[in-house]
Design a protein around this ligand. Structure first.
Ligand code: ADP
Ligand code: ZN
Length: 738
């Protein structure tokens, strides 16, 4: 049985037959009692327990409760071959569950997402030089023997050895039967190559060096702290936080770097490899099952020093985590929007505080939450003010679309077109940014005015001409583009309304017939690899004009890019989302930051119908502090996050009457909320009132920042029994309100 290394030697051990409490991954409302198995088990051990006729996964959570017929208590089936869950991890899951109002079993599922977690170590055959001599020497046999001699004591898989020696596998098998080559079993899950803390390949500027010093200072002494690392794109944030990663490695502690768009991080991994001498462990949806299993085990055993991952990497069983970096901390993808609703940025801070680690939140455009925490002194703040080398923030200006008088179905103004032409002549790149996938957001019938919608959702279908289909961006449902109107049967009268990136590509091809145009949109590439290849090609100059959605805003480096044209800067300002202004501000500045990274200055042009809008003005002036102060004051005045607390409650059901009735009943029983001074708003039909055939109703709860909101919410919803068809989800600190 495995003992956790490097944790308290006083780890509680339960001997055989002792009553223990086991938390399982099954949807039960509490942990269950079992008897410790033969040989006993440690607190935190991963175990298999009987549940009815099934065997399920669980973790030894503490002493059993008892108080019933002990003869009926069943025994743990077996203790799994995995390092027991550490106390800080159990505490983290418990606290995260309480914060997000998530049942513990669902929380535990997040922490056990490793295939074959309990399987015995998986083995594979490896081959090395044996003691025997061959009965007869051939060229092929000699090559095998020489190859093995070249590598001394190293062993290889059959495939590797055959490739290296240039022989068929049967030659090697023949040598095995004569004892010339030895065949052995070896575990498949091996430690990751060691990373060396090393030093930065660059001579850091004074500003970078003092930022790095501030971040590395506390990594080795096991104290918790969070630092907001703010700096424009290209100011060296990555270089600076890699110094902190180095310090964590040097202190013998593990580090985790969270990235928002993990599939596109080839560039980052290459940089890590160059800096630390080997590749780190990766954890995201693109990682194979075998590699996931290896990563999970090695992270628990200390065989992985650095993990680069998506938000779910926060739930990995780190042995001794010294540093968590949340890169692009403002990114909305850190908020998980289905299943367990958590914000990885906030959970990173929680985990670090329980384990004595440092957190670095890096961004050019921090979230207002982090900005406010830095203002109040809860987080440290480190700022990089200048771009590295010659690059400066691009010059930003608005194009007043009211003066441009564009014909219908045209979206590129003359002013913008002239700027693009200039870039083409100078052999520089332009980016036209439009945050809308597909060809056209709406398809309308010219005969009857009908707009084609999704059958299951309250949403219009988006034409994707490249796929030759209409797609629902809510539920993913697709259908072929019809030739007759589904409402009035008129033939060939359906027309696209409004632009998506695919339609922009058509307009651009007409305006600039000789330019090479690339469209970057997540849905246009069959695989992440294809998308990566396209991005690399563009970076090397394979396109003159790039038309892109949000994915271009995320940290890719296009050295030849000097112009960014935002097709519709007003897009994000519509709608009632409390973060609309903040999001638009961040997105526009991120996108603009793509221009002029290398030696040439950049320019950003924002097409807008409301150049006098305060958010547009703030974007153009570039005075971020002023924008944040104004935004903060506004939110403070109405008591919304980060100056107040909110919870979004979504009720959904196939039965529209039932879901409203239940919502009203909840709203009327608000004593538990009133007790803590919280208010409930609603029920109201959600902005997207139907998804996948379920009617959706929202309630919103607002409370003071210090109010014990979670406990009150739990009491509040527990008052009513939910109809079986109805689903209720509670989103603490909601980011989206659809
Ligand atoms: P950010 O993360 O803020 O966008 P990076 O750390 O990626 O910035 O740095 C931007 C570019 O400048 C990178 O290509 C990096 O290699 C380079 N760079 C940063 N600091 C230095 C330095 N001190 N000396 C030389 N190159 C640097
Ligand atoms: Zn739909």
């Amino acid at each position: 049985m495995r003992k956790p290394e490097n944790v308290t030697p006083l780890l509680r051990h339960f001997h055989e037959g002792e009553l223990i409490s086991v938390l399982t991954t099954q949807p039960l409302d509490r942990a269950l009692d079992y008897k410790a198995p033969e040989g006993g088990c440690f607190l935190g051990a991963f175990v298999e327990v009987p549940l009815g006729p099934r065997k399920v996964l669980g973790v030894v959570w503490g002493e059993g409760e008892g108080g019933y017929d002990l003869a009926k208590v069943r025994s743990v089936i077996r203790v799994l071959d995995a390092v027991p869950m550490r106390a800080d991890m159990r505490e983290f899951l418990t606290r995260a569950a309480a914060y997000t109002l998530t049942p513990m079993p669902a929380m535990l599922r997040l922490a056990t997402r490793s295939p074959g977690l309990g399987d015995p170590p998986s083995m594979r055959k490896i081959y090395r030089r044996g003691s025997g001599e061959p009965d007869r020497m051939t060229d092929a046999r000699r090559r095998v023997i020489e190859t093995l001699a070249d590598y001394g004591d190293l062993a290889f898989t059959l495939g590797e050895l055959a490739d290296m020696a240039g022989v068929s596998t049967s030659v090697i098998k023949g040598l095995v039967s004569q004892g010339v080559v030895a065949e052995e079993q070896s575990p498949r899950d091996t430690a990751y190559p060691r990373l060396e803390p090393g030093v930065s390949p660059y001579h850091l500027t004074d500003e970078q060096q003092s930022a790095a010093d501030a971040l590395t200072k506390n990594v080795s002494d096991r104290t918790y702290g969070t630092t907001l690392l703010k700096g424009v794109t290209g100011s060296g944030k990555t270089e600076v936080y890699l110094e902190a990663v180095g310090a964590s490695l040097a202190a013998g502690r593990q580090a985790l770097v969270l990235l928002p768009e993990i599939a596109l991080t080839a560039e980052f991994l290459t940089r890590v490899e160059a800096r630390f001498g080997a590749r780190p462990a990766e954890w995201h949806s693109g990682v194979t099952m075998t590699e996931r299993r290896r990563a999970w085990k090695m992270i628990a055993e200390g065989g992985a020093q650095l993990v680069v991952g998506a938000r779910s990497a926060l739930f990995l069983p780190f042995q001794d985590l010294g540093l968590i970096v949340v890169d692009e901390e403002h990114d909305t993808s850190y908020k998980q929007e289905d299943g367990v609703l958590y914000n990885a940025r906030d959970m990173a801070v929680l985990r670090a505080s329980l384990t004595g680690a440092q957190v670095v939140l890096a961004s050019a455009t921090p979230s207002l939450e982090s900005w406010a925490n830095a203002e109040s002194g809860k987080y440290n703040r480190v700022t990089l003010t200048s771009r590295f080398g010659e690059a400066v923030m691009p010059k930003m200006s608005a194009i007043d679309m009211r003066l441009e008088q564009l014909p219908s179905n045209r979206w590129v103004s003359d002013t913008l077109a002239r700027a693009v032409t200039e870039r083409i002549e100078n052999k520089e790149q332009s980016l036209l940014f439009l945050n809308r996938r597909g060809y056209a957001p709406v398809t309308i019938c010219r005969a009857c005015g009908h707009q084609i919608g999704c059958d299951n959702c309250d949403a219009r279908l988006v034409e994707h001409r490249f796929l030759k289909r209409l797609v629902c961006h809510q539920c993913g449902e697709t259908k072929p583009i019809p030739s007759t109107c589904p409402s009035c049967d008129a033939e060939d009268r359906l027309a696209p309304v409004g632009p998506g990136v695919e339609r922009m590509a058509e307009e651009v091809a007409e305006l600039f017939p000789d330019a090479r145009v690339a469209v970057l949109s997540s849905d246009l590439f069959g695989s992440t690899r294809a998308l990566k290849a396209e991005i690399e090609g563009i970076a090397e100059g394979a396109a003159d004009i790039i038309i892109g959605t949000q994915i271009v805003a995320k940290g890719h480096n296009f050295p030849l890019l000097t112009l960014v044209g935002v097709i519709d800067a007003d897009l994000g300002l519509q709608g009632s989302d409390l973060r609309a202004a903040e999001r638009t501000f961040q997105l526009m500045r991120q996108v603009a930051g793509r221009a002029g990274r290398a030696d040439k200055p950049g320019q950003a042009l924002l097409q807008t119908y409301q150049p006098e809008h305060p958010v547009i003005k703030a974007i153009l002036s570039g005075d971020e502090e002023e924008f944040w102060s104004a935004e903060a004051a506004e939110r403070k005045a109405v008591g919304v996050p980060p100056y107040g607390r909110m919870a979004g409650i979504v009720l959904s059901s196939p039965d529209v009457g039932e879901v409203f009735d239940f919502g009203k009943a909840l709203a009327s029983r608000d004593e538990p909320l009133r007790k803590i001074g919280a208010q409930v708003f609603g029920p109201a039909a959600a902005p997207i009132a139907r998804v996948r055939g379920r009617h959706r109703v929202r309630l919103l709860v607002k409370a003071d920042k210090s109010a014990p909101l979670q406990a009150a919410l739990a009491t509040w919803v527990a008052q009513l029994k939910q109809p079986t068809n109805l689903r209720l989800s509670i989103d603490i600190d909601p980011q989206s309100f659809y």
